[in-house]
Design a protein around this ligand. Structure first.
Ligand code: SAH
Length: 350
């Protein structure tokens, strides 16, 4: 039933219009909304009249995404998830356990069109955008694989895809995510990561959605950035940093810069100094990421000494910086790896 209504992506007002069209009062929409965002199947929605449940079953889906496979890390409790969508596309996610609660890393597209040279998600290009319902579906699936009493508490849009290239669905998803009658995840618990689509960053700043903006910078200047990220040819660093300043001014939230240290490319102390020059006076934080090696790509991680030296250099220049902890190293936790392994038939169900 591929063409079925995707109700998980609809607002309460849209559900109200739908049930009104079907001859039911608006409180039925409120009940339906709550059931959907609890992950209930239509037949289990026992407070709804049987006639409405039947109509829903015939015309809508109660499973925008399904868990296809899970892998649990023996090292740190991280859970890698593969989801199957209704058209049989597969996307992945990661559940990480931190002291401040469970964080879900969520995908916004099947594959990615951005073409970053070091990233596995973009190797086969983009198949399609995910809908808001499919993003909600990922959260609901994730909740089903957690222990009882646990639930997704933080969401990071850092799985496959470029969220700001799928702007409408992503913003709809964010609005639904914080609904008190739904998943009730406050947007202060959400990070959206972008490779740097400047016009959409500016638009997002004006949406009144207080998410943390993460920007995948990975380079201290345009020359280096253009060699590893095609998007840098469209939007130079000057415009990118200006958009970040604007985001901070509109939302009052600091911007986080992601910087994966790659041997021989962007890891030297002079690169750290150049980076600090851009960030001076900007309310921001730098996240240093150890590069995950992607098969078939000629990029290597910087060594621990280089990473420490890079961090020390930034600290000396008063830039707030931390190293991101690696999680799920034993379960192909990194971006795009599990999906690729699945597609090429290397996982047990593949
Ligand atoms: N398209 C968005 C979000 C998805 S990627 C973006 O570009 O930000 C999530 C993060 O993983 C980004 O910071 C991305 O640059 C980073 N990443 C991609 N491939 C990586 C690799 N091989 N090693 C480390 N980080 C990687």
């Amino acid at each position: 039933m591929i063409g079925a209504l995707e109700l998980h992506g609809q607002t309460l007002a849209e559900l109200e219009a739908l049930v009104a069209e079907w001859g039911y009062p608006s409180f039925r929409a409120k009940q339906l909304f709550a059931w959907l965002h609890r992950g209930a199947a239509f037949e289990a929605m026992h407070t709804l009249p049987a006639g409405l449940r039947e109509r829903l079953q015939a015309q809508a889906t109660d499973r925008p995404a399904e868990v296809l496979e899970t892998r649990r890390s023996a090292l740190d409790g991280t859970i890698k998830l593969l989801y199957r969508l209704r058209d049989n596309h597969v996307v992945e996610g990661v559940l990480m356990r931190y002291r401040h609660g469970v964080t879900l890393c969520l995908s916004t597209q099947v594959g990615c069109a951005m073409g970053c040279a070091f990233c596995a998600s973009t190797l086969d290009g983009k198949a399609r955008d995910l809908t808001a319902a499919e993003m909600i579906g990922q959260v609901l699936c994730a909740n089903t694989v957690l222990e009882s009493g646990e639930a997704v508490h933080n969401v990071v849009l850092m799985g496959s895809g470029e969220p700001l290239e799928n702007y409408g669905h992503t913003v709809n998803f964010l609005r639904l995510l914080r609904e008190p009658d739904g998943l009730n995840i406050g947007l202060r618990h959400v990070s959206l990561s972008t490779c740097g689509l400047v016009p959409q960053m500016t638009r997002l700043a004006e949406e009144g959605l207080p998410v943390t903006l993460s920007v995948s910078l990975h380079a201290p200047n345009d020359t280096i950035r253009q060699t590893i990220m095609p998007v840098a040819r469209a939007y130079p660093m000057n415009d990118l940093i200006d958009a970040c300043r604007y985001y901070v001014s509109k939302t009052g939230r600091r911007v986080v810069f992601e910087y994966a240290l790659m041997r021989g490319i962007n890891e030297k102390p002079e690169h750290a100094r150049e980076l600090a020059g851009w960030l001076r006076g900007l309310q921001c934080h730098v996240n240093l990421i150890p590069l995950n090696i992607v098969e078939g790509r000629d990029f290597y991680a910087a060594g621990p000494q280089e990473i420490r030296a890079f961090q020390a250099q930034l600290e000396q220049l008063h830039i707030s910086v931390t190293q991101r902890r690696e999680m799920g190293a034993d379960i192909q936790g990194a971006c795009g790896q599990l999906r690729r392994a699945f597609i090429s038939g290397k996982t047990k169900e593949g």
